[in-house]
Design a binder for this molecule. Sequence first.
Ligand SMILES: [Zn+2]
Length: 329
Amino acid sequence: MTEKKFVLGFDIGGTKIGIGLASTDGELLGRERLENKDTDPADVLPKLAAAAKQMVAAAGLSMDKVAAFGISAPFPADAARGIMTNPPNNPKWRNVPILDYLREHLGIAGCFENDANCGALAEWFFGAGRGCKDFIYLTMSTGIGGGIVSSGRLVRGGKALSAGELGHIVVQLDGRQCNCGMKGCYEAYSGGRAVAQRVQKELAGQPDSMIMKLVGGKVEDIDMVAIEKAVRANDPYATAVWDEMSLRSAQAFGIFINAFNPEKLILGTLAWAIGDLYTDPIKKYLPRFCWAEPMAACEIVSSELKRDIGYYAGVAAALNYLKEQGKLA
Ligand SMILES: [Zn+2]
């Protein structure tokens, strides 16, 4: 029997950094959050290493019991070398070799993964993906990110390590402008920010619309929460927007289901925050976009880890790193 070991995880977010300590059999032993708003990496990196060492000591462990650490980081990044190149929400973090820094200061092996992949890994080891060999995780938040586990392995792709960019499959020729530069991406139709921006544009100068009333006439305050409220109140405009968002989600899900035959599609933020109102219309439209057999074999579920996913993202990356090396029992 393999001796029980431990792993550390770091989830580098735009405003917070989550640190977690877990055992290789999947128990979370420690978690902490550090501020990361407008920070300088020169200040933050030593704090990360110190907090991790402190967490290990507080659990009554020594660093030689920690088998590896994992870093969950936003892209764009140089994943192969573990360098945060230009994360959009951390303007002072430019070309930060975080993987090498933590290897050196913690004295253990580590890995670097993009945060959407880590979301999938977190659900795999700790949440709704436990026991699955084939599933797809979708972040469904301001943007749409994805992580694919196929035949029991995380799919990273080839040289660009960019597999899983599921928000940027084109669902409409010459369609809506996407933040990524392309037109007609799935995210441009169903991403939380894209939908809110569309509604802001369409309702500017219409103070009598229900959504505008819900945000006190401040068009810039229109968000998914206001749109959801208007849908629940049967506002015809909001319902039409929701319907298109759901139809496009079904179109994308159909592609994922036919391409990967997943056991589950695990949905993040918006799906668990909104519930059936989010998933039911997608399920209604789904038969138009994929074959019946893989559709019947795929369960559409919400994330189990929900807002705690950040504590699990880094440790799940570390567990997967050990698993890929055959070092996880
Ligand atoms: Zn795009």
